[in-house]
Design a protein around this ligand. Sequence first.
Ligand code: C2E
Ligand code: MG
Ligand code: MG
Ligand code: MG
Length: 280
Amino acid sequence: RAKSVHRGTFQVFEARMDEDVRRRRALEQDLRGALDRGEFEVHYQPQVDLATESIAGFEALVRWHHPARGLVDPGCFIPVAEETGLIVRLGAWVLEQACAAAARWPVPVRVAVNLSPVQFITPGLPEAVAAALEGSGLAPERLELEITESVRLIDNDLNLAVLHRFRDAGIQIALDDFGTGFASLSYLRAFPFNKIKIDRSFVQDLGHDEGCLAIVRAATRLARDLGMETIAEGVETPLQVLQLRQFGCTVGQGFLFGRPVADGEVALMLGAAALDVACS
Ligand code: C2E
Ligand code: MG
Ligand code: MG
Ligand code: MG
């Protein structure tokens, strides 16, 4: 009896596995043609100078409009794009879009673009970045590349050389999701980032967790001592802004300041900002 129950459970489990594999294959298949069908769109989330509350830049975040499923979250398709290598073409496309959009904005603020570790291990990244800058005419100083901590990205001399080339060209380099990886401190020692982005998980619990408070305070201090700026992700409340300011964190990004928006709305947000400056 026990055996048959087990077998039954296993069959359900197997069926679910099959279903997962099928869904995954379908997603992969859809993803392959999505770029050519023009289903991706880049949205932009404002990054705000905490001292002046003016917009310092925008982070480019890719969106997938799936014909049947609607809007698919990047958290769901970026990993698949990475495993299949599609991230290389998609990443180059995002770079191109983001640089072209920023070059047209009415105020010369920065645009931050996420890079996948897979883009680093594939030849052609420096060329893709150079092409995006040349094609758009965007000044390299206005481009910021966000890199997450990942295994051996920084242990590799070739990757380090690429990062140095970017920095020498005037491009800004930010360490994304700081604190969630397992190598944060070795990363800071290995490469002179311009900025560290404190992960949302630490910012969220700022108000009610002494541990988070200590970590964010120490991270900001560490960044400052190393000559780096800090940006806090996932800022949702005015209290968080007060605390972040106290710690000397310079920039904030989160729903409090604005959700990611389409390019058309960026111009409006910046237009209003430009008007504010002109009137004051
Ligand atoms: P990330 O780089 O850490 O991006 C920030 C994510 O946090 C975005 O989610 C953004 O919408 C979300 N967020 C911002 N403010 C708040 C807030 O106040 N509260 C909450 N709860 N969430 C907030 P999104 O757009 O879903 O992107 C998820 C991740 O997908 C990104 O995390 C990034 O790692 C990846 N991603 C997005 N676009 C690209 C891309 O073009 N290339 C690569 N390689 N990865 C990308
Ligand atoms: Mg990012
Ligand atoms: Mg991040
Ligand atoms: Mg994050």
